[in-house]
Design a protein around this ligand. Structure first.
Ligand code: ZN
Length: 339
Protein backbone atom coordinates (compact mmCIF):
# COMPACT_ATOMS: atom_id res chain seq x y z
CA UNK A 1 0.00 0.00 0.00
CA UNK A 2 0.98 3.62 -0.32
CA UNK A 3 1.69 5.53 2.90
CA UNK A 4 3.28 8.79 3.97
CA UNK A 5 6.53 7.84 5.64
CA UNK A 6 8.61 9.89 8.05
CA UNK A 7 12.25 8.98 7.47
CA UNK A 8 13.75 10.90 10.38
CA UNK A 9 12.57 13.43 12.95
CA UNK A 10 13.98 16.57 11.37
CA UNK A 11 10.57 17.97 10.46
CA UNK A 12 8.09 18.07 7.60
CA UNK A 13 10.79 17.78 4.93
CA UNK A 14 11.50 14.25 6.19
CA UNK A 15 8.11 13.07 4.85
CA UNK A 16 7.81 11.10 1.63
CA UNK A 17 5.09 9.12 -0.12
CA UNK A 18 6.28 5.52 -0.29
CA UNK A 19 5.26 1.88 -0.52
CA UNK A 20 5.02 -0.50 2.45
CA UNK A 21 3.50 -3.96 2.75
CA UNK A 22 -0.24 -4.19 3.46
CA UNK A 23 -0.91 -4.63 7.20
CA UNK A 24 -2.74 -7.84 8.22
CA UNK A 25 -5.20 -7.89 11.13
CA UNK A 26 -4.35 -10.18 14.06
CA UNK A 27 -6.80 -11.58 16.59
CA UNK A 28 -9.25 -8.95 17.77
CA UNK A 29 -8.14 -6.54 15.07
CA UNK A 30 -9.74 -5.00 12.03
CA UNK A 31 -8.25 -3.58 8.85
CA UNK A 32 -9.69 -0.31 7.61
CA UNK A 33 -9.28 1.07 4.10
CA UNK A 34 -8.81 4.79 4.77
CA UNK A 35 -11.06 7.40 3.15
CA UNK A 36 -10.08 10.51 5.12
CA UNK A 37 -7.09 11.07 7.40
CA UNK A 38 -7.40 14.01 9.77
CA UNK A 39 -4.30 15.90 10.84
CA UNK A 40 -3.65 17.76 14.09
CA UNK A 41 -0.80 19.93 15.26
CA UNK A 42 0.38 16.86 17.15
CA UNK A 43 1.36 15.34 13.80
CA UNK A 44 3.67 18.29 13.12
CA UNK A 45 5.33 17.77 16.50
CA UNK A 46 5.86 14.08 15.77
CA UNK A 47 7.78 15.04 12.60
CA UNK A 48 10.16 16.76 15.04
CA UNK A 49 10.42 13.72 17.31
CA UNK A 50 7.96 15.00 19.93
CA UNK A 51 7.34 12.24 20.84
CA UNK A 52 9.69 9.89 19.02
CA UNK A 53 8.00 7.19 16.90
CA UNK A 54 8.63 3.57 17.88
CA UNK A 55 10.49 2.94 14.63
CA UNK A 56 11.42 4.71 11.39
CA UNK A 57 10.17 5.14 8.77
CA UNK A 58 6.95 6.02 10.59
CA UNK A 59 3.35 6.60 9.43
CA UNK A 60 1.74 9.69 10.98
CA UNK A 61 -1.90 10.57 11.55
CA UNK A 62 -4.30 10.13 14.49
CA UNK A 63 -7.73 10.90 13.15
CA UNK A 64 -9.45 9.12 10.31
CA UNK A 65 -12.44 7.34 8.87
CA UNK A 66 -12.78 4.56 6.35
CA UNK A 67 -14.31 1.24 5.40
CA UNK A 68 -13.63 -2.10 7.09
CA UNK A 69 -12.07 -4.48 4.56
CA UNK A 70 -10.62 -7.36 6.61
CA UNK A 71 -11.52 -8.90 9.97
CA UNK A 72 -9.14 -10.61 12.40
CA UNK A 73 -9.92 -13.75 14.36
CA UNK A 74 -12.60 -13.40 17.01
CA UNK A 75 -14.03 -10.09 15.79
CA UNK A 76 -17.81 -10.31 15.64
CA UNK A 77 -18.96 -6.69 15.89
CA UNK A 78 -17.60 -5.56 12.51
CA UNK A 79 -18.01 -6.81 8.96
CA UNK A 80 -16.34 -6.01 5.69
CA UNK A 81 -17.94 -2.88 4.19
CA UNK A 82 -18.82 -1.22 7.52
CA UNK A 83 -18.14 2.52 7.51
CA UNK A 84 -16.19 3.45 10.61
CA UNK A 85 -14.64 6.33 12.55
CA UNK A 86 -11.32 5.76 14.28
CA UNK A 87 -10.87 6.63 17.96
CA UNK A 88 -7.16 7.57 18.08
CA UNK A 89 -6.63 6.47 21.71
CA UNK A 90 -4.58 3.28 22.06
CA UNK A 91 -4.06 1.42 25.34
CA UNK A 92 -3.52 -2.09 26.69
CA UNK A 93 -7.26 -2.76 27.04
CA UNK A 94 -6.76 -4.98 30.08
CA UNK A 95 -5.46 -3.01 33.07
CA UNK A 96 -7.62 -1.54 35.87
CA UNK A 97 -7.76 1.80 34.04
CA UNK A 98 -8.70 0.37 30.66
CA UNK A 99 -11.45 -1.81 32.13
CA UNK A 100 -12.99 1.14 34.04
CA UNK A 101 -13.26 3.57 31.09
CA UNK A 102 -10.08 5.36 32.18
CA UNK A 103 -7.84 4.32 29.30
CA UNK A 104 -6.06 7.71 29.30
CA UNK A 105 -4.32 6.63 32.54
CA UNK A 106 -3.12 3.30 31.13
CA UNK A 107 0.68 2.93 31.34
CA UNK A 108 0.68 1.96 27.66
CA UNK A 109 -1.57 4.83 26.56
CA UNK A 110 -0.56 6.47 23.30
CA UNK A 111 -2.21 8.42 20.54
CA UNK A 112 -2.41 6.78 17.15
CA UNK A 113 0.36 8.11 14.90
CA UNK A 114 2.63 9.11 17.80
CA UNK A 115 4.51 5.84 18.30
CA UNK A 116 2.26 3.41 16.45
CA UNK A 117 1.63 3.67 12.68
CA UNK A 118 -1.18 6.11 11.94
CA UNK A 119 -3.90 6.97 9.46
CA UNK A 120 -1.90 8.61 6.68
CA UNK A 121 -1.87 5.41 4.67
CA UNK A 122 -4.20 3.51 2.38
CA UNK A 123 -4.86 0.93 5.13
CA UNK A 124 -4.55 0.65 8.88
CA UNK A 125 -4.98 -2.21 11.34
CA UNK A 126 -6.53 -1.41 14.72
CA UNK A 127 -8.15 -3.17 17.68
CA UNK A 128 -11.87 -3.62 16.94
CA UNK A 129 -12.67 -1.55 20.05
CA UNK A 130 -11.05 1.53 18.46
CA UNK A 131 -13.80 1.79 15.85
CA UNK A 132 -17.13 3.59 16.01
CA UNK A 133 -19.90 3.27 13.45
CA UNK A 134 -19.97 6.26 11.09
CA UNK A 135 -23.45 7.81 10.98
CA UNK A 136 -24.59 7.62 7.33
CA UNK A 137 -25.45 11.33 7.12
CA UNK A 138 -22.06 12.46 8.45
CA UNK A 139 -19.63 13.53 5.71
CA UNK A 140 -16.37 11.61 5.39
CA UNK A 141 -14.45 14.85 5.94
CA UNK A 142 -16.11 15.46 9.31
CA UNK A 143 -16.06 11.79 10.32
CA UNK A 144 -12.33 11.61 9.65
CA UNK A 145 -11.25 14.79 11.41
CA UNK A 146 -13.37 15.67 14.46
CA UNK A 147 -12.17 12.92 16.81
CA UNK A 148 -8.97 13.86 18.58
CA UNK A 149 -9.50 17.60 19.06
CA UNK A 150 -13.22 17.50 19.81
CA UNK A 151 -13.06 14.63 22.28
CA UNK A 152 -10.09 16.31 24.00
CA UNK A 153 -12.17 19.49 24.33
CA UNK A 154 -15.14 17.49 25.60
CA UNK A 155 -13.03 15.92 28.32
CA UNK A 156 -11.61 19.31 29.37
CA UNK A 157 -15.10 20.72 29.98
CA UNK A 158 -16.17 17.46 31.61
CA UNK A 159 -13.20 17.54 34.00
CA UNK A 160 -13.81 21.22 34.75
CA UNK A 161 -17.41 20.35 35.65
CA UNK A 162 -18.81 23.12 33.45
CA UNK A 163 -22.45 23.90 34.26
CA UNK A 164 -24.99 25.38 31.86
CA UNK A 165 -25.36 28.42 34.13
CA UNK A 166 -21.64 29.21 34.01
CA UNK A 167 -19.33 31.31 31.86
CA UNK A 168 -16.40 29.75 30.04
CA UNK A 169 -13.48 31.69 28.56
CA UNK A 170 -11.68 29.92 25.71
CA UNK A 171 -8.20 31.38 25.32
CA UNK A 172 -6.62 31.27 21.86
CA UNK A 173 -9.69 30.14 19.97
CA UNK A 174 -9.09 28.92 16.39
CA UNK A 175 -7.09 25.75 16.96
CA UNK A 176 -8.83 22.40 16.84
CA UNK A 177 -9.24 21.85 20.58
CA UNK A 178 -10.07 25.44 21.48
CA UNK A 179 -12.62 25.84 18.67
CA UNK A 180 -14.29 22.60 19.71
CA UNK A 181 -14.30 23.72 23.35
CA UNK A 182 -16.16 26.91 22.42
CA UNK A 183 -18.74 24.95 20.40
CA UNK A 184 -19.23 22.21 23.01
CA UNK A 185 -19.57 24.78 25.81
CA UNK A 186 -22.32 26.47 23.79
CA UNK A 187 -23.98 23.11 23.15
CA UNK A 188 -23.94 22.58 26.94
CA UNK A 189 -25.76 25.91 27.34
CA UNK A 190 -22.90 27.86 28.91
CA UNK A 191 -22.04 31.50 28.20
CA UNK A 192 -18.91 31.59 26.02
CA UNK A 193 -16.19 34.25 25.77
CA UNK A 194 -13.08 33.83 23.63
CA UNK A 195 -9.68 35.38 22.96
CA UNK A 196 -7.54 35.32 19.83
CA UNK A 197 -4.86 37.45 18.20
CA UNK A 198 -6.77 37.04 14.95
CA UNK A 199 -9.95 39.10 14.54
CA UNK A 200 -11.31 36.59 11.98
CA UNK A 201 -11.15 33.80 14.57
CA UNK A 202 -13.03 35.94 17.08
CA UNK A 203 -15.67 36.69 14.43
CA UNK A 204 -15.96 32.95 13.71
CA UNK A 205 -16.52 32.22 17.41
CA UNK A 206 -19.14 34.97 17.72
CA UNK A 207 -20.92 33.62 14.63
CA UNK A 208 -21.00 30.26 16.43
CA UNK A 209 -22.51 31.44 19.67
CA UNK A 210 -19.72 33.16 21.62
CA UNK A 211 -20.88 36.37 23.27
CA UNK A 212 -17.67 38.36 22.91
CA UNK A 213 -13.99 38.07 22.04
CA UNK A 214 -10.82 39.85 23.08
CA UNK A 215 -7.28 40.18 21.81
CA UNK A 216 -5.12 37.44 23.38
CA UNK A 217 -2.20 39.85 23.75
CA UNK A 218 -4.30 42.43 25.65
CA UNK A 219 -5.13 42.53 29.37
CA UNK A 220 -8.25 40.55 28.57
CA UNK A 221 -8.98 39.64 32.20
CA UNK A 222 -10.20 43.23 32.72
CA UNK A 223 -12.66 42.87 29.86
CA UNK A 224 -13.81 39.46 31.11
CA UNK A 225 -14.49 40.95 34.53
CA UNK A 226 -16.21 44.01 33.03
CA UNK A 227 -18.63 41.70 31.23
CA UNK A 228 -19.17 39.05 33.89
CA UNK A 229 -18.75 40.93 37.15
CA UNK A 230 -16.49 38.41 38.91
CA UNK A 231 -14.84 36.53 36.06
CA UNK A 232 -15.15 33.27 34.16
CA UNK A 233 -16.05 30.05 36.00
CA UNK A 234 -14.01 27.96 33.60
CA UNK A 235 -11.00 29.02 31.53
CA UNK A 236 -9.81 26.71 28.74
CA UNK A 237 -6.07 27.18 28.17
CA UNK A 238 -3.80 25.69 25.55
CA UNK A 239 -1.55 28.68 24.85
CA UNK A 240 0.63 28.60 27.96
CA UNK A 241 3.12 31.19 29.13
CA UNK A 242 1.99 33.96 26.79
CA UNK A 243 -1.56 34.09 28.20
CA UNK A 244 -1.27 32.29 31.53
CA UNK A 245 -1.27 35.37 33.76
CA UNK A 246 -4.33 36.87 32.08
CA UNK A 247 -6.11 33.51 32.02
CA UNK A 248 -5.49 33.04 35.74
CA UNK A 249 -6.68 36.58 36.52
CA UNK A 250 -9.86 35.96 34.50
CA UNK A 251 -11.10 33.29 36.93
CA UNK A 252 -14.07 33.99 39.19
CA UNK A 253 -13.91 32.75 42.80
CA UNK A 254 -14.26 28.97 42.68
CA UNK A 255 -13.15 29.02 39.04
CA UNK A 256 -11.33 26.21 37.25
CA UNK A 257 -8.51 26.65 34.77
CA UNK A 258 -8.21 23.60 32.57
CA UNK A 259 -5.03 23.16 30.53
CA UNK A 260 -4.37 20.84 27.60
CA UNK A 261 -1.41 22.46 25.89
CA UNK A 262 1.25 25.13 25.91
CA UNK A 263 1.91 26.19 22.34
CA UNK A 264 3.50 29.47 23.52
CA UNK A 265 5.73 28.54 26.44
CA UNK A 266 5.45 25.77 29.03
CA UNK A 267 6.88 27.46 32.17
CA UNK A 268 4.48 29.70 34.09
CA UNK A 269 4.32 31.57 37.39
CA UNK A 270 1.54 31.04 39.86
CA UNK A 271 0.38 33.26 42.73
CA UNK A 272 -0.38 30.75 45.48
CA UNK A 273 -2.32 33.20 47.71
CA UNK A 274 -4.69 33.96 44.82
CA UNK A 275 -5.07 30.20 44.28
CA UNK A 276 -6.19 29.53 47.82
CA UNK A 277 -8.09 32.74 48.63
CA UNK A 278 -10.17 32.42 45.46
CA UNK A 279 -10.30 28.63 45.92
CA UNK A 280 -9.35 28.02 42.32
CA UNK A 281 -8.72 24.74 40.57
CA UNK A 282 -6.02 24.03 38.02
CA UNK A 283 -6.75 20.92 36.01
CA UNK A 284 -4.59 19.15 33.47
CA UNK A 285 -6.31 17.24 30.72
CA UNK A 286 -5.37 15.39 27.59
CA UNK A 287 -7.31 13.08 25.29
CA UNK A 288 -10.56 11.39 26.15
CA UNK A 289 -11.84 8.07 27.41
CA UNK A 290 -13.99 5.87 25.22
CA UNK A 291 -17.28 7.08 26.70
CA UNK A 292 -16.22 10.71 26.15
CA UNK A 293 -15.33 9.95 22.53
CA UNK A 294 -18.79 8.38 22.15
CA UNK A 295 -20.46 11.43 23.74
CA UNK A 296 -18.55 13.72 21.40
CA UNK A 297 -19.65 11.68 18.38
CA UNK A 298 -23.26 11.99 19.65
CA UNK A 299 -22.92 15.79 19.69
CA UNK A 300 -21.47 15.79 16.16
CA UNK A 301 -24.21 13.47 14.90
CA UNK A 302 -26.94 15.61 16.53
CA UNK A 303 -25.57 18.69 14.76
CA UNK A 304 -24.84 20.52 18.03
CA UNK A 305 -21.09 20.39 17.40
CA UNK A 306 -20.62 21.72 13.87
CA UNK A 307 -17.18 20.76 12.54
CA UNK A 308 -15.66 23.31 10.22
CA UNK A 309 -13.31 21.91 7.59
CA UNK A 310 -10.49 24.35 6.83
CA UNK A 311 -9.19 22.53 3.76
CA UNK A 312 -9.15 19.09 2.17
CA UNK A 313 -5.82 18.07 0.61
CA UNK A 314 -5.19 15.25 -1.87
CA UNK A 315 -3.24 12.23 -0.63
CA UNK A 316 -0.33 13.23 -2.86
CA UNK A 317 -0.50 16.77 -1.45
CA UNK A 318 -0.40 15.77 2.23
CA UNK A 319 2.82 17.70 2.86
CA UNK A 320 0.91 20.90 2.13
CA UNK A 321 -1.58 19.88 4.84
CA UNK A 322 1.33 19.73 7.31
CA UNK A 323 2.53 23.15 6.16
CA UNK A 324 -0.98 24.52 6.62
CA UNK A 325 -0.96 23.27 10.22
CA UNK A 326 2.55 24.54 10.84
CA UNK A 327 1.52 28.02 9.67
CA UNK A 328 -1.22 28.15 12.29
CA UNK A 329 -3.46 29.94 9.79
CA UNK A 330 -6.06 27.18 9.62
CA UNK A 331 -9.53 27.70 11.00
CA UNK A 332 -11.05 24.30 11.59
CA UNK A 333 -9.90 20.87 10.57
CA UNK A 334 -7.30 19.91 8.01
CA UNK A 335 -8.20 16.75 6.09
CA UNK A 336 -6.35 14.50 3.64
CA UNK A 337 -8.45 12.52 1.16
CA UNK A 338 -6.81 9.09 1.00
CA UNK A 339 -9.37 7.48 -1.33
ZN1 ZN B 1 -4.46 -0.38 30.13
Amino acid sequence: MRAWLLDDTTGIDALRLGEVSDPEPGAGEVRVRMRIAGLNHLDVWVTQGLPKPKSLPHILGGDGAGVVDMIGEGVTEWASGDEVIINPSLSCGECEYCTSDNMVFCAQYTILGEREPGTLAEMIVLPASNLFRKPAELSWEVAGTFGLASSTAYRMLDRAGLQSTETVLVVGVGGGVSSAAALIARAMGARVLVTSRDRAKIEWAIAHGAEAGFDSSSEFSKEVKALTGRGANVVVENVGQATWDQSFRSLAPGGRLVVCGATAGSKVELSLPVLWFKQLGIIGSTMANRSQFAATLDLVEAGSLPIHIDQVFSFEGAVDAFRRLESGDQLGKVAVRVS
